[in-house]
Design a protein around this ligand. Structure first.
Ligand code: 13P
Ligand code: SF4
Length: 311
């Protein structure tokens, strides 16, 4: 029998108490998931929350690298995910062996790796970053030190332009954000002249150049609350519109179109987190996310460095 959303939410709340669990969710998950979560945030906030949790169980509604990072940071906890096949294609686009070669071609360079990466890739890196601290972290590296950055070329390129600094980029991208083009977005802006265009740095350069504000999901959300504008075209995964609208009920939010049809560019993997699967994973205490040693300890080093540098 399939249970109603209300019944699932009720049972999840009961299980949460029984299991002494905390539910973390990313802003791109479905509204009903965000509603039952204890913490909803961007990648940095969720990593920080995961590190500090002292409940017995962490239930992570996000994509695989997020659950994996939670386990890396807090290995004593049982980490569950509603769907362990919800992977981030960007994270999976950078095979560790190829990255090892890329590093070897640039001896002496510091490797800064986006948190959207596998544990194996993190273990090959010096520092991780998220979209909310990438600029700060790159800015802390001495001018004369070369930097290699992966896997997202759009975020890396954005930081390079912002800091006027050469960065050697791995050529990965997020299919959700890379799908936006300047021409389609310009058209949306022309049709909504009063709206402010805001964009995530995983978007292409041609889109970022048009935006009046660029930032992580949390920074975009904060901006929509603080800005005097009353309508926004939002060039990031439209799951964030739920919280934007909740925080600013009087404002209008338009998902940036990816082509001539209305609607945004959806992250299918984030939407694999359904309420039903969230309930099931708690009931079954599975799928559990594990990271074997010594991989975990090796992957922890660059993540810790990031947290120290962005304190
Ligand atoms: P942030 O929430 O850290 O901005 O990351 C966006 C993203 O694509 C997560 O996968
Ligand atoms: Fe990965 Fe892009 Fe989905 Fe974020 S939006 S989880 S970067 S595929």
């Amino acid at each position: 029998v399939s249970l109603s959303m209300d019944e699932l939410s009720r049972r999840i709340a009961v299980l949460k108490k029984e299991m002494n669990a905390v539910i973390l969710a990313h802003y791109y998950t479905l509204p009903e998931i965000q509603q039952v979560a204890d913490v909803v945030g961007d990648s940095l906030a969720l990593a920080r929350a995961a590190e500090q949790i002292d409940a017995d169980v962490i239930v992570f509604a996000g994509v695989y690298f997020m659950g994996e990072t939670a386990k890396i940071l807090n290995p004593g906890k049982l980490v569950l995910m509603p769907d362990r096949n919800a992977g981030c294609p960007l994270a999976d686009s950078c095979p560790p062996e190829d990255f090892r070669k890329f590093r070897a071609e640039h001896p002496g360079a510091v490797a800064i790796t986006y948190i959207n990466s596998t544990a194996e890739l993190k273990a090959l890196s010096d520092i991780t970053c998220t979209s909310s601290n990438a600029e700060r972290i790159v800015g802390m590296i001495p001018e004369e030190t070369p930097i290699i950055f992966g896997p997202d070329r759009n975020l890396g390129g954005y930081i390079a332009r912002k800091l006027n600094r050469e960065i050697l980029l791995w050529q990965g991208f997020c299919y959700v954000h890379d799908a936006y083009s300047a021409s389609v977005i310009e058209n949306a802006c022309a049709m909504n002249p009063e709206a402010e265009l805001i964009a995530h740095p995983e978007c292409r350069e041609e889109v970022l150049r048009l935006a009046s504000f660029v930032g992580s999901t949390q920074a975009l959300l904060d901006h929509t609350v603080a800005s005097g504008a009353t309508s926004f075209i939002v060039a990031t995964e439209p799951g964030i519109l739920y919280e934007m609208q909740r925080r600013s009920p009087g404002k209008t939010f338009i998902p940036a179109p990816r082509d001539s049809r209305p609607g945004g560019s959806i992250c299918t993997q984030m939407k694999q987190n359904t309420l039903e699967k969230l309930y099931r994973c708690m009931l079954d205490r599975s799928p559990e996310i594990t990271v074997p040693e010594p991989l975990r300890s090796e992957a922890l080093k660059p993540v810790r460095r990031m947290l120290e540098m962005s304190a």
